[in-house]
Design a protein around this ligand. Sequence first.
Ligand code: ATP
Length: 267
Amino acid sequence: MLPLLELQQVEKTFGGICALSDISFTVNKNEIIGLIGPNGAGKTTIFNLVTGAYNISSGLILLNGKPINKKRPDQIVNLGVARTFQNIRLFKKLTVLNNVKASLYHKAKYNIFDALLKTGNYKKLEKDIDEEARILLKQMELDEYVEIQADNLAYGLQRKLEITRALGLSPELLLLDEPAAGMNPKEVINIIDLIKKVHSEYRLTIIIIEHHMKVITSLCSNVIVLNFGKKIAEGPAEEIHKNSKVIEAYLGNSTQKKKTEIAYANN
Ligand code: ATP
């Protein structure tokens, strides 16, 4: 079966600095893959390359067997790739409902005249978008917050809203950048359950960057480990932390060691 996403010997340099080198891996349809590694390992750079935010320096990125590395971010969204960000990016002054509606407008098929004249077509589409946004918010257990301004939501809820907005783009591939960052243990359990739910309901393929090992071990069938821009290991979640290269990568950095210890303690 054709993988949904394939990276072939991808390299990314910034000026003289090599952020990623010789990165190859495949992600099959409906899989949940973990992308882990110490700070600065190159995880977010991979998301930026797959979504077209950065151009690759060399190599190839294939989506459903077709190269996407020359495409613009909006074209890649239309091909079915959506993401969330490590630093949450919401329309902070809009309500929760309007944040989700904003992501649903990309598929709305009305023109400026429909909007100005408020035609029947416009009104129907507006109603459909409103309904779809509310359904998504209910699924993500955010329905009680629809009228709240986004920046008044607690941090964990803002992260959930970001995922809801990404789902509004109807992705086939969802890239989650630290979805559990800043969450308390109860919220972490909740986000794991919600990711499981949307994964099966929307038949998604997901790549997760996360420092919380509980998230990785609970959700991911396969884990890719990066260190200093190189892939140092790949394997099942329950085995990867026993890999000597992975242990060395994490223990070689005392800050990260602390972070990893905390993550395991939260398990
Ligand atoms: P973290 O866990 O801290 O988020 P990461 O694994 O996601 O780290 P990246 O953000 O991908 O790491 O960064 C990988 C390397 O690329 C780092 O050395 C970083 O400084 C560098 N880098 C990333 N983006 C840029 C950029 N726009 N310009 C220059 N260097 C960059």
